[in-house]
Design a protein around this ligand. Structure first.
Ligand SMILES: [Ca+2]
Length: 480
């Protein structure tokens, strides 16, 4: 070793150490970038007409949902999740846009009937079809999850219920629904076959996204357990054997388990393809259903209703290794939180107009979410005025901790009026923690709570053209 070398070697050693330090920093940075670049796949599983009580994990005495029970154990589960509206189309539009119905303006399933609208399906007059088109055009104006994810390179697939025209118009790259104005395109057409007939279209899409090496978004909103209640006979017989007297109820219970089986197939496919780890699975239902025991329809205070049987929907988020599983017993969640949370998971900037919370930081850290209240609004099934959702406003509600305030409005009822008898026009206040089925209206005993929560509803969305009673009176409720 020369003197010159020996002089330089300590310097070399330091340089080497520095180089190693820089290299390890670069390695850490590259690894971090790789982790953030590996954007998660996103799967929405959306049940259709399924009450909050009707799951194994929610303690139902008869209904078996082993696949959703497993998902619940692997997820952050909000047993007190809610949808703002208990009707298919507005609820689904909120799940696609992250907006309340009074914001996206798709407040009901159909435009209100015109005097010349035929009562039999098909052959609708052009004036009525123009209203259908106008309702879908409300969706076109909004930023939506499939569109925003598509801009970031996601492939997306629509299956099941979809009301806003074709899957392409909805912003999906792939899908099943041809949609209005195609024949039978009101709410899903070919999409409604998913789950009931086969899962193949979803699985083929997943394979395609894998081959393309692109992250994907799957919207799985099967027409299940929604009627027609046509479960496999083995499941119907299973519930009859459990002693369920009413065939209508046994069929509905069997439909729920059939739906659960399809969820198992989908989640199993993610496992089989090694995708479970890098996929955010979100579970929610669009609205509730309480089966009438003596006929094919739904009981009061379920579908279309602002009562818990309509709006409460257990909500789950699963992303293994990122989201810490756990049950958030009393913590509230609104379905308008789902879109911002999914966008955050995908690294997409959340549009400012979205009213929901990005829950991702809280789902990761197990900390409580910022949500202190949940808001909801019930409009008539038929949209009286597309530009002015207030015209069909029937109820609004807010839940804060144990309290739920429910206000009744004089919006136009249209068809399905019998589901909204509006016999109680005065404010209704329920203590949900002690009275989860809303049997006791305690508004007269807590005027200060009624006033405070009515103020919150007004601040949330000021309604100006409807009649409503916001104070209890002993006189029978009459709009003044
Ligand atoms: Ca529904």
């Amino acid at each position: 070793m020369t003197a010159r070398m020996s002089l330089r070697s300590p310097i070399r050693l330091i340089a080497m150490k520095q180089l190693l330090a820089v290299a390890s920093c670069v390695f850490v940075l590259v690894a971090a970038c790789a982790a953030t670049n590996q954007r998660p796949n996103i799967v929405f599983i959306i049940s259709d007409d399924h009450a909050w009580t009707d799951y194994g994990f929610m303690g139902h005495p008869h209904i078996e949902t082993p696949n959703l029970d497993r998902l619940a154990a692997q997820s952050v589960l909000f047993p007190r999740g809610y949808v703002p509206t208990a009707l298919c189309r507005p609820a689904l539009a909120s799940l696609a846009t992250g907006l309340y119905a009074h914001q996206h303006k798709i407040s009901g399933n159909d435009p209100a009937q015109l005097p010349e609208t035929p009562t039999s399906p098909g052959g609708e007059p052009e004036t009525y079809r123009a209203l259908r088109e106008k309702l879908i055009a409300q969706y076109d104006r909004q930023p939506s999850l499939p569109k925003l994810l598509g801009e970031r390179g996601y492939l997306s697939h629509q299956s099941g219920k979809w009301w806003e025209g074709s899957y392409r118009r909805g912003g999906f790259t792939h899908g099943m629904t041809r949609g209005f104005p195609e024949p039978g395109g009101r709410h899903g057409d070919d999409g409604l076959k998913i789950g009931r007939q086969s899962m193949t279209p979803v699985f083929e899409f997943i394979d395609h996204a894998l081959a393309e090496k692109k992250p994907f978004f799957a919207w799985y909103a099967p027409f299940l357990p929604h009627d027609p209640h046509t479960p496999p006979d083995r499941l119907f017989q299973k519930y009859k054997a459990k002693g369920i007297e009413s065939d209508f109820v046994a069929r509905y219970y069997a439909m729920v388990e059939w739906f659960d089986e399809t969820c198992g197939h989908l989640l199993g496919y993610l496992d089989e393809k090694g995708l479970t780890q890098n996929t955010l699975v979100v579970y929610v239902g669009d609205n509730g259903w309480i089966q009438q025991p003596d006929g094919p329809g739904f009981a009061p205070r379920s579908k279309q209703s602002a009562n818990e049987g309509g709006v409460r929907q257990p909500t789950m988020f699963r992303w293994p290794g990122v989201i810490k599983p756990g049950k958030r017993d009393e913590q509230l969640c609104s379905s308008v939180d789902i879109v911002p949370t999914a966008l955050a998971a995908a690294g997409v900037v959340i549009p400012k107009e979205l009213p929901g919370y990005n829950l991702l930081p809280n789902l990761k850290s197990s900390s409580p979410t910022p949500r202190r209240e949940v808001y909801g609004e019930t409009f008539a099934h038929d949209v009286a005025n597309i530009d002015r959702p207030e015209a069909s406003l029937l109820y609004r509600w807010v839940i804060e901790g144990r309290w739920k305030l429910l206000l009744t409005y004089d919006g136009r009822l249209g068809r399905y009026a019998r589901h909204h008898p509006q016999t109680e026009k005065r404010p209704q206040l329920f203590d949900l923690l002690s009275d989860p089925h809303e049997d006791n209206n305690v508004a007269s005993q807590h005027p200060e709570v009624v006033a405070r929560l009515a103020g919150k509803l007004h601040a949330w969305w000021p309604v100006t053209q409807r009649q409503v009673l916001t104070e209890w009176s002993d006189e029978p409720g009459q709009w003044r």
